[in-house]
Design a binder for this molecule. Structure first.
Ligand SMILES: [Zn+2]
Length: 390
């Protein structure tokens, strides 16, 4: 196991103490799940969001320009993340990337301008940290710690290999010494958490050991798992490109132009054309969320913007509903609540393939399959407590 390479610092925050002592920015983020959108085309805070347990984030430039139209609408916490880590690598020399050159007042005008438009929190503009580049990660930490404001969060975008067994100890040691809350974004082609066997359990370790960290730019499954295992907050992308962070300079492989549709019973996103094809000769699954109200889930098979818009609202309403249910469960019982849900989802894949008479039509993603396996193993060791309701 890697030893803590970071010497104790006089500026070391009290993250190990109880959470009532969290600084203001962390209090803002605590217990919230965020809906992440590109600023372009956003003209309203989506209606399924509510004030106390959810938030909204503009991601990527020029996100800060549009925030004034929406901020404080419906009392939702608004974060602006200019996301320079999408295009810039952090290095030991240049860990942060400000849009404006440093002026007489340092970089405060960058933050002041976004806050003045009505954002609650601004992401410190860090670059992307490549695999094994611990010098760059430490430089991001040091530069972030030099920002002496209480209205910021750091999005630490790292290559997913930082979650491997031989790296995670150092990742935790460095993140622990960041004085601001941390949104952890994992980079990699496709779904980063699909790749390595122990990534998911190491992520849970990060949330368990660091009360100021939450996943950023992730999907519903990973976000829910994080919130059940102690993450401070989570940020779910509204679109595929905001759920999967591709390292700078690498090509993005997104195939379908059709909407990506979340299927609650199967706890995953599927492209609308795939759903229409698989349900061509069977009744489609329906959805009881506040957008669908019992409507069929094969209705999004279109390239029209309206279909994409309604699918995005349905996807959002699904996780808001689950988050409402999960947060009603006391924190110590949340892991087993999720284990029960996951176990039921695993069975739902088998049942659905039988129902539509197509063997292996629906297969859990590698991440979901691993979570289901972990859930079945965990439940085998405990007595029943509480059954989640979809
Ligand atoms: Zn729905």
């Amino acid at each position: 196991m890697t030893q803590d390479p970071v010497p104790p610092s006089p500026r070391r925050p009290a993250w190990d103490q109880d959470r009532s002592a969290l600084p203001p920015a962390a209090q803002h983020l605590k217990g919230k799940m965020f809906h992440l959108m590109r600023a372009r085309g956003v003209d309203a805070i989506p209606s399924p969001l509510n004030g106390s347990a959810t938030g909204f984030a503009f991601v990527g430039g020029p996100g800060e320009k549009g925030v004034s139209r929406l901020a404080h609408a419906a009392g939702v916490c608004v974060v602006v993340d200019v996301a320079h880590y999408e295009a810039q690598m952090a290095s030991a020399e240049t860990p942060l990337f400000y849009t404006e050159p440093e002026g007489f007042f340092g970089h405060d005008p960058f933050y002041d301008d976004i806050i003045a438009r009505g954002a609650d929190l601004v992401a410190i503009p860090a670059g992307y940290v490549e695999a094994e580049d611990s010098e760059a990660l430490k430089a991001v930490r040091d530069a972030a710690n030099a920002v002496s404001r209480d209205d910021v969060v750091v999005v630490v975008a790292v290559d997913v290999t930082w979650l491997r067994d031989n790296r995670v100890g150092q990742l935790i040691a460095i993140l622990r010494t960041i004085r601001h809350p941390v949104g952890l974004a994992l980079g990699g082609q496709y779904n980063p958490t699909d790749g390595y066997v122990t990534t998911l359990s190491n992520l849970r370790r990060v949330y368990r050991e660091l009360p100021h960290v939450g996943p950023w730019r992730t999907d519903q499954v990973n976000a829910l798992d994080a919130m059940a295992h102690g993450a401070l907050f989570a940020g779910i992308g509204a679109s595929g490109s905001l759920r999967h962070l591709v390292p700078p300079k690498e090509k993005t492989f997104f195939s379908s132009k059709k909407p990506s549709v979340f299927v609650p019973e199967l706890m995953d996103y599927f492209s609308a054309d795939k759903l229409a094809r698989l349900w061509a000769n069977a009744d489609p699954m329906t959805c009881s969320c506040r957008i669908c109200r019992g409507g069929p889930l094969d209705r999004f098979d279109s390239e029209e913007p309206e279909a994409k818009h309604e699918a995005a609202l349905h996807n959002l309403a699904c996780w808001v509903q689950w988050w409402d249910e999960l947060r009603a469960v006391s924190p110590d019982l949340r892991p087993s609540w999720l284990d029960r849900l996951l176990t039921r989802v695993g069975k739902a894949y088998e049942d659905e393939n039988i129902r539509i008479q197509q063997a292996k039509a629906f297969i859990p993603s590698p991440t979901l399959a691993k979570l289901i396996k972990l859930a079945v193993a965990a439940l085998a060791n405990e007595a029943p407590v509480q059954t989640p309701v979809l």
